[in-house]
Design a protein around this ligand. Structure first.
Ligand code: CP
Length: 312
């Protein structure tokens, strides 16, 4: 039962609970009209302390497409945060008005912290610093399910900024819970996967390399990521590393015919736009699935009912 629960990191939910979200997302994709009023009378608070396009818009679109409504901010300076109000007081106040809240914050651990203040309102982590991004992981799972038929036994290449990439940390933790998944971590030495994530993985299920060309032909899924300027202390270091990998048509020639290229977006230079027309490039469909999976998540956490009066 997911009603009333918080989602702070992917491991907060069991695999069965995640499967129930995926099945509901499938149903919503097949019959969006059937769910267009299930959240009528419900309010989602959208609290973005850090910029976003996909996560914010897809959450807001999700709630509106479920028949609910939204309040919130994308610039905390327009709220009483700018007067020095604490996060705890902000959440306790928002809870007076809303049924569910989504929060993105640049500081790691913020979503977990604010969930302690919310007594009757599910909190969804929409990204906390370089830590976790669990709804991106749900998006990624739905994409893999749709394009690869399931999660088991894939060789997953994860390329780019593995040090600061919260989408990557959440995805790797999640996929490692499925059978037979193997990872190839592709990054410059300076941006390697942190020890705390590697320590969670069984021996033999991952290898690390700096060379994308050498491994691309082995992959079932290539998950590209952006080198994140906002996480670097040194601009010089960012400029040195930002174009370390550029996936282009030439590289794609070495990939399997059924490999898929995923990316949480935004993209900067790491995938050349010439790759966008390749049928294996699924990142914009992935962004669309993000809305459907967030519809399913909101409906589950609110415990709302569908047209047949069944609790979904
Ligand atoms: N994937 C993702 O989190 O994108 P935004 O930063 O645009 O929300």
């Amino acid at each position: 039962m997911l009603k009333g629960r918080h989602l702070i990191e992917p491991n907060d939910f069991s695999l069965d609970e995640i499967e129930s979200i995926m099945q509901l997302a499938d149903n919503i994709i097949a019959n969006p009209e059937g769910y267009s009023m299930v959240c009528k009378g419900k309010l989602l608070a959208s609290l973005f302390y850090e910029p976003s396009t996909r996560t914010r818009f897809s959450f807001e679109a999700a709630m509106l497409r479920l028949g609910g409504e939204i309040i919130g901010f994308d610039d905390p300076n327009n709220s009483s945060v700018s007067k020095g109000e604490s996060l705890g007081d902000t959440i306790r106040t928002i809870e007076c008005y809303s049924d569910i809240a989504v929060i993105r914050h640049p500081r790691e651990g913020t979503a977990r912290l604010v969930s302690k203040f919310a007594k009757n309102m599910p909190i969804i982590n929409a990204g906390d610093g370089g830590h976790e991004h669990p709804t991106q992981t749900l998006t990624d799972l739905l994409t893999i399910r749709k394009f690869k038929g399931g999660y088991d036994n894939h060789v997953v290449g994860v390329c780019g900024d593995l040090l600061f990439g919260r989408t990557i940390h959440s995805l790797v933790k999640m996929l490692s819970r499925y059978q037979g998944v193997k990872f190839v971590f592709i990054s410059p030495k300076e941006l390697q996967m942190p020890e705390n994530i590697l320590n969670l993985l069984n021996d033999g299920i991952y290898k690390e390399t700096t060379n994308l060309d050498e491994v691309i032909g082995d992959l079932d899924i290539l998950y590209m990521s952006r080198v994140q300027r906002e996480r670097f202390v040194s601009e010089e270091e960012y400029l040195r590393l930002k174009d370390y990998y550029v996936l282009d048509k030439k590289k794609m020639k070495s990939a399997k015919k059924d490999m898929i290229v995923m990316h949480p977006l935004p993209r900067v230079n790491e995938i050349a736009t010439e790759v966008d027309d390749d049928p294996r490039a699924v990142y914009f469909t992935q962004a669309k699935y993000g809305m459907y999976v967030r519809m399913a998540l909101i409906a589950k956490l609110l415990g709302v009912e569908d047209k047949n009066d069944k609790c979904i």
